[in-house]
Design a protein around this ligand. Structure first.
Ligand SMILES: NC(=O)c1ccc[n+]([C@@H]2O[C@H](COP(=O)([O-])OP(=O)(O)OC[C@H]3O[C@@H](n4cnc5c(N)ncnc54)[C@H](OP(=O)(O)O)[C@@H]3O)[C@@H](O)[C@H]2O)c1
Length: 211
């Protein structure tokens, strides 16, 4: 199947390489296309560079928006009419850097990124917050863990999304576990209790229940 990845920076490139290793076909897009071209060249035949963000969606079964929180809304507006009934996977953490280079949260306490991003999407889009719960290096080193796969948590309000996002998470070399609805996505973010946790399925279920 085919997944569009918009944003091929630090995290998008790692997600893309792991999905391609799992057999997914990719359509890549980035701001100036250079990082998308470099990544496509590394991946080989499984990845093509789209002409632009809208073109990335052509023929794609799902789209991963691996974008900084500050540019996410604008890109969603650009592609909004193409998102009806589409699985939209968002790994973005609601953070930015302050003047001193310190990571700061950009949403009020108690408001999760999933709930905010859902407001930006058209009604027919099927949002899953996933793939952003670990730093890119940790994602890389935890993928295809043996003998037991590590868990990648996700949050969604869409009942039909479980199977599709589960398929992508498995292709990337992880075991999917749902943390709950979008109102739980804060647990996956930087500062959340599940962020950067590398656990197997049994411990994952205990952790979910513990909150
Ligand atoms: N990096 C991590 O370890 C990590 C871990 C967990 C979650 N996350 C989350 O993942 C998101 C991405 O982080 P990152 O570290 O990958 O950021 P990044 O390295 O800055 O990459 C951002 C990507 O977005 C692209 N982009 C910017 N504006 C665009 C536009 N208008 N249209 C299309 N593409 C555009 C950039 O294109 P160019 O390449 O052309 O500049 C770049 O490829 C963030 O929200 C972050 O919170 C990151």
């Amino acid at each position: 199947m085919t997944t569009a990845i918009i944003g091929t920076g630090g995290l998008g490139s790692v997600i893309a390489r792991h999905l391609a290793s799992g057999g997914e076909t990719l359509r890549l897009s980035s701001a100036d296309k250079q990082s998308a071209r470099t990544l496509a060249a590394k991946i080989g035949r499984a990845a093509v560079v789209a002409v632009d963000n809208r073109d990335a969606l052509q023929g794609a079964d799902a789209v991963v928006l691996a974008l900084r929180f500050g540019v996410l809304k604008g890109v969603i507006e650009e592609i909004t009419d193409l998102l009806n009934d589409k699985l939209v996977v968002v790994p973005s953490n609601p953070v930015s850097l302050d003047a001193d280079g310190k990571v700061v949260r950009v949403l009020p306490a108690g408001q999760s990124s999933g709930e905010v991003v859902a407001e930006w999407l058209p009604a027919g889009a099927r949002l899953v917050m996933a793939f952003g719960m670990m730093s890119a290096p940790l994602f890389e080193s935890s993928s295809n863990r043996s003998p037991e796969l590590a868990v990648l948590f996700y949050a969604t309000d869409d009942d039909r999304a479980d199977e599709e996002v589960g398929r992508l998470i498995r292709k990337a070399g992880f075991e999917p576990v749902k943390v709950g609805g979008l109102n739980q996505s804060g647990r996956l973010e930087v500062g959340g209790d599940l962020h950067d946790r590398v656990v197997g399925p049994a411990e994952a279920r205990t952790l979910i229940g513990a909150a």
